[in-house]
Design a protein around this ligand. Structure first.
Ligand code: 5GP
Length: 191
């Protein structure tokens, strides 16, 4: 999606360890107009898939998931990163390895919010090694629900998550795919 690529080119900052910082419009300060447009684009791509619910991980996926949820008119659930005191009753949970923080954390969803008849669209801000998406897939599997695909804002095509998960049959729609980052230059895959 050209609009997103141009924004990344203008405002993205490359950090050590192949981390792309987009804190000026997605991960810290948020550009509401752009995020709503990304949500519309996810909705357009999954318009014929009878999505019944969107699932993301707190915190950076929430704005995008909400934008897609408005466009698709479905509820949005975010997996919480810790079992907190206000999570009661039966839960689905699994462990995810964080690429950016190099630690493991728990993700939790109360079981009443994912049901076996649900058709789930996964949404996240970045796809790198695929661990966050794998964690969400695991929660959906525990619920016995179905995944229709994943909507990702920025996929880092030079990391293995996208190809591994596509090989396993997951439909992934990434709005921008970064092919490589060199110095301060960012190169995109033609999508
Ligand atoms: P994965 O689990 O696919 O390795 O990484 C995806 C998760 O890590 C995303 O939820 C995102 O929050 C974070 N992440 C991975 N790579 C980047 C990056 O280059 N920049 C930012 N800002 N977050 C990233």
């Amino acid at each position: 999606m050209k609009l997103l690529e141009e924004k990344i080119r203008r405002e993205g900052r490359i950090l050590h360890g192949s981390v792309l910082k987009v804190s000026s419009f997605l991960n810290h300060q948020m550009d509401p107009e752009l995020i709503m447009q990304l949500g519309d684009e996810f909705a357009r791509r999954f318009a014929n898939d009878q999505v019944s619910k969107i699932l993301t991980i707190e915190s950076s996926g929430i704005a995008l998931a909400l934008a897609a949820g408005v466009a698709l008119r479905v509820p949005v659930v975010f997996a919480k990163k810790h079992r907190s005191s206000n999570v009661f009753g039966e839960v689905y949970q699994t462990t995810v390895h964080s690429y950016t923080h190099d630690t493991d954390y728990n993700i939790v969803v109360e079981s009443e919010f994912l049901r076996s008849g649900d058709r789930i669209l996964l949404v996240d801000d970045f796809l790198a090694n695929g661990k966050a998406l794998e964690g969400l897939l695991e929660l959906v599997q525990q619920a016995g629900a179905e995944v229709v695909g994943a909507g990702i804002a920025i996929e880092k095509g030079f990391q293995e998550g996208g190809s591994l998960l596509r090989q396993k049959g997951l439909r992934i729609e990434s709005l921008a795919i970064v092919e490589k980052m060199e110095g301060s230059d960012i190169f995109f895959r033609n999508t």
